[in-house]
Design a protein around this ligand. Structure first.
Ligand code: ZN
Ligand code: ZN
Length: 300
């Protein structure tokens, strides 16, 4: 598209006889500005009249980036600079003077005419920097969520099947743990009772505690996978495709939340939380067995 009076569109249309063009392909054109800041200074523009970075399409951005890489290398080979700036300015406040997006490639030498391009120093408070970082981070997350393609239904279905298989395996493991424990404790406590052997009864109770710990871990893991299942089923949070890591379903730590200490993290990874121990499939079963054990211990 030609925009009348745009000096860069004129160059794109080969309508500027004075321009020193250095590169052209189907998407971009590169040329010397009339008054280069440093010798070898090149401008790269998309052929389409795009005002600034906010009007650039992703495909155009990648075509432009490729051309910038090519030209940066070409400039290095041709004029052997000590360094190179890549500058792209948007808006008058940022010193954009021609309203057709362009990338400056400026070869640099120590003490060249460009001089320093950054302020000597600034003094923003830590608090302000932190808040601004959070604002930008959440803005980017919202944008990213809006451009990501929605999950294909058949992929979600498959993912849910995988997670379901894990849940099923874990509840089967939990029932088989209980299935093993019952005959073992019956035999141990029975024997302890007939032999009047309190150490045997104590041993039986230790076994009950070990099985309870094992079972609580199964249950905890099963719950984590159910949470992952629900997250995927409701698409309430974006998780990696086909992930079987329940951590992906967890909410990220709140920005102002303190990270857990190493010790707490370790305890948490080995010891199921109180709600797991108190659940219907752990507490009644193992408490009953422990009570029987305690009874046998007293009698024996
Ligand atoms: Zn233009
Ligand atoms: Zn410029």
């Amino acid at each position: 598209m030609v925009t009348e009076a745009c000096q860069f569109c004129k160059i794109v249309d080969r309508d500027d006889p004075d321009v020193r063009e250095v590169y052209r392909d189907e998407n971009v054109v590169a040329f010397f500005p009339p008054r280069p800041a440093v010798l070898g200074h090149v401008l790269v523009v998309p052929r389409r009249h795009v005002r600034d970075i906010w009007a650039l399409e992703p495909d155009e951005a990648s075509q432009l980036s490729r051309a910038v890489l090519l030209l940066a290398e070409g400039i290095r080979d041709a004029v052997r600079p000590e360094g190179l700036n890549v500058i792209e300015s948007n808006g008058a406040a940022a010193t954009q003077t021609v309203p057709h997006l362009h990338v400056h490639l400026v070869p640099r030498w120590t003490n060249d005419a460009m001089g320093p391009i950054w302020p000597e120093e600034t003094s923003y408070s830590e608090d302000l920097k932190e808040r601004t970082m959070l604002d930008v981070r959440s803005a980017v997350q919202i944008l990213r969520a809006s451009v990501e393609p929605p999950l294909a239904p058949e992929d979600r279905r498959k993912h849910l099947d995988y997670i379901q298989a894990v849940v099923t395996r874990q509840s089967a493991a939990s029932s088989s743990a209980k299935g093993w424990l019952l005959p073992i404790t019956t035999a141990t406590f029975g024997f302890a009772l007939t032999q009047r052997s309190w150490p045997l009864a104590a041993l039986g109770m230790v076994a009950v505690l070990l099985f309870a710990y094992l079972d609580a871990n199964y249950l905890r893991s099963e719950k984590q996978f159910r949470r992952l299942y629900n997250t995927v089923a409701r698409s309430s949070r974006k998780v990696p495709l086909f992930t079987l890591d329940p951590v992906d379903a967890d909410e990220p730590l709140p920005a102002d939340g303190l990270p857990l200490s190493k010790w707490k993290k370790t305890v948490r990874s080995y010891l199921p939380e109180r709600s797991i121990w108190a659940s219907w499939s752990i507490a009644p079963f193992y408490t009953a067995l422990l009570l029987v054990g305690a009874g046998v211990l007293i009698v024996a």
